[in-house]
Design a protein around this ligand. Structure first.
Ligand code: NOJ
Length: 446
């Protein structure tokens, strides 16, 4: 039985996001978000689900923090809902919104759990979407103002912050692929939106640091292992371009003030709406890198694709989660090793986890052995990367509890804790108990 152990200071946590768990979508002065509007007015979310109630965490946060304490979490990664703080995205602050997060932070600290908030996990104020959302350059400055307001308010107790969650997803899936709000299919606008987000990241980092209250800043980037479909030079080059576009599009700008070289025939910044002086604003090196990783892509050269010259190849007969994502633990090691080698910054695994539909049996036990096995194998790869020299400081399981999985609604369950939505009853799954034991032992055998 292999034994897996972690460094003494290793941080064990769980992650969630505001829209996915809070509910209370229009309470205490909160403004409408793009996900409120999207769920209420389109048919793009499975079963017509919405985040109106979700896990009702807004009202049950004390119970949820008690659960975290029971699991022995060191830290809790949650996100702050921008429209709770600025109902119109800018202008007047909604004090009741700030008060909610202030109470949550106090509750966490009283339980001995370090708060690790993300400032943006996809719930843009609808009022800003009406002005163009992330395709409008002014959104960058509004975001920086919002970020500074929150840090100023909570920064006496919260020291470590994440700016964005998965900027690639909330730009490309929303403006290019038409999947997330505003559901556009417009490549040129999408690329401009990515640049506005990079501007926002740089401006926010400066504004947050200017409060004098921040110890460490990072962002959580969606990353994926990217592997060539064959050993041919063409496939390997295509995989490398794809790696850069998928994993580095928001990291290379903030660290080094440039876009990664991902496009066939070179990357022309004018294409993204880059204006003179922008790249200086975009560059604001982070203190650590957050990696969200679930699976891998296998990529082949594609002469028809004028952008990346690459296409994703389906991999047959592999292990998959109930979400149909391939289980490929080595990807976590490989991406950590590459990011460490290229950037030499501390790394947190800000998300990793799996969707399996197991529910309670007649005894009320959720025996989700596949999730335990998933965590064992991925965490073993984190330990392997650390042994190889990477400075990985912590790991956050996605997710603490089952929640609203975006366009899949409540049909996908990622939690260590099962949620029965009609009654809001929480049941710790067997994986949750396994995680508790792994935290207590700072490792495990499997
Ligand atoms: C990425 C996102 O950050 C999170 O919101 C989502 O629920 C999980 N991955 C699973 O898809």
């Amino acid at each position: 039985m292999p034994k897996v152990t972690f460094p003494q200071e290793f941080v064990w946590g769980c992650a969630t996001a505001s829209y996915q768990i809070e509910g209370a979508w229009d309470e205490d002065g909160k403004g409408e978000s793009i996900w409120d509007r999207f769920c209420h007015t389109t048919d793009k979310v499975r079963d017509g689900d919405t985040g109106d109630v979700a896990c009702d965490h807004y009202h049950r946060y004390r119970e949820d923090v008690a659960l975290m304490k029971e699991l022995g979490l060191h830290s809790y990664r949650f996100s702050i809902s921008w429209p709770r703080i600025f109902p119109d995205g800018k202008g007047a602050v909604n004090q009741q919104g700030l008060d909610f997060y202030s109470r949550l932070v106090d509750e966490l600290l009283a339980a001995g759990i370090t708060p690790f908030p993300t400032l943006y996990h996809w719930d843009l104020p609808q009022a800003l979407q009406d002005e163009g959302g992330w395709a409008n350059r002014e959104t960058a400055q509004h975001f920086a103002d919002y970020a500074a307001t929150v840090v100023d308010h909570l920064g006496d107790r919260v020291k470590r912050w994440l700016i964005f969650n998965e900027p690639w997803v909330f730009t490309i899936l929303a403006y290019m692929a038409g999947v997330h709000p505003p559901a556009l299919r417009d490549g040129a606008t999408a690329l401009r939106a990515t640049h506005v987000v990079n501007l926002a990241q740089g401006l926010a980092a400066r504004a947050m640091r200017a409060t004098g209250k921040v110890d460490a800043l990072g962002s959580a980037f969606s990353m994926s292992g990217v592997y060539p479909a064959s050993e041919s030079e063409e496939d390997k080059a295509a995989a490398e371009r794809s790696f850069r576009f998928t994993n580095l599009w928001f990291l290379e700008p903030v660290q080094n003030g440039r876009y990664p070289d991902a496009y066939v025939g070179g990357t022309d910044p004018a294409r993204f709406g880059v204006q003179p002086g922008d790249m200086e604003l975009v560059q604001a090196p982070l203190d650590f890198i957050g990696i969200n990783l679930y699976t891998r892509n296998v990529v082949a050269y594609d002469s028809q694709d004028r952008n990346l010259g690459a296409r994703q190849v389906a991999v047959p007969d592999v292990e998959r989660t109930d979400f149909n994502w391939e289980v490929y633990p080595e990807a976590l090691h490989d991406v950590i090793a590459r990011i460490w080698e290229d950037y030499q910054l501390p790394i947190y695994i800000t998300e990793n986890g799996c969707s399996y539909g197991d529910g309670p049996d007649e005894r009320g036990v959720v025996d989700d052995q596949r999730r335990i096995s998933f965590y064992q194998r991925y965490l073993a790869q984190v330990a392997r990367a650390i042994e190889g020299g990477a400075d990985v400081r912590g790991y956050f399981a996605w997710s603490l509890m089952d929640n609203f999985e975006w366009t899949m609604g409540y049909s996908q369950r990622f939690g260590l804790v099962h949620v029965d939505y009609p009654t809001q009853q929480r049941i710790v799954k067997q994986s949750g108990y396994w995680y508790r034991d792994a935290i207590a032992a700072n490792g495990f055998e499997y």
